[in-house]
Ligand binder design. Sequence first.
Ligand SMILES: Nc1ncnc2c1ncn2[C@@H]1O[C@H](COP(=O)(O)OP(=O)(O)OP(=O)(O)O)[C@@H](O)[C@H]1O
Ligand SMILES: [Mg+2]
Length: 279
Amino acid sequence: MSEVAVLDAQGVVVRYPGSPPVVAVDGVSLTVAPGETVALVGESGSGKSSLARAVVGIEKLAGGEVRFRDAPVKPLGIRRRDLALTGIQMVFQDPSTSLNPRRRVGDQIADGIATARARGAEGSTVAEWLERVGLPIDVATRFPHQFSGGQKQRLAIARALAARPSLLVADEPISALDASTQTSVAGLMRDLVAEAGAGMLFISHDLAVVRRIADRTFVMFAGRVLEAGATDRVWSAPQHPYTQALLAAIPEPDGTGRIPVAPSTNERIVWSEIAPVID
Ligand SMILES: Nc1ncnc2c1ncn2[C@@H]1O[C@H](COP(=O)(O)OP(=O)(O)OP(=O)(O)O)[C@@H](O)[C@H]1O
Ligand SMILES: [Mg+2]
């Protein structure tokens, strides 16, 4: 028997009202094992954020089921504290949304540690977490505006991981950072999550970074998964023509690793009609 997944989503459907309604996620299944980093990639509007919000209970499920460490995820609303006590942490594109501008950063990491204790997890110290994310201990008394974007995201990661979550959901956590720090922050997240035996659902447009840090990759298009498998397999032998087009658009390693444009937004129907490849 394999270990119980930290996240097990089956047949997830997310629909937004309108005429006609938007089916943002159209029957997606995925699991995240303890210690595993699973990446979601796909062009803008493919449903990555909608899926991420649905699996943590922020977005209502129009279909399917989500289990978190073998217990059903309840729709919690957007109450971060409830999510935190359940063992779920989120990190977003803009680190300012994760940090309180009026509180000293050390106190905010201490909040994470308090959450860990409330969940019965082992405590740690603010100093330890600052060291882990590569910041000197004496910054603990500073406020968020005194840091660069990359440093703020490191602090947001420290605060999230100090709560000792079982699952970290990171939606474009490196997009707002300087190109020079993106890879190191992503690598740091992956290492800290794996070291803690937590799972991470990592959403990024940066395929070069995904290739370096994700154990498995899910390729989404128009609300569906077109291809999923071990990152090494997906990258070395992509089976779905959409994945092949997506990967062909990655610039050479000397570039920034970003895909400037989606492979082909005009061929939506064609891509979706080709059978998915899911390992
Ligand atoms: N609150 C909302 N109300 C209505 N439609 C929405 C809402 N949020 C997202 N959508 C629509 O759902 C679809 C999926 O959007 P979503 O934000 O999940 O995609 P994404 O893959 O995260 O895109 P991006 O890469 O730009 O972040 C899009 O068509 C989008 O316009
Ligand atoms: Mg998004």
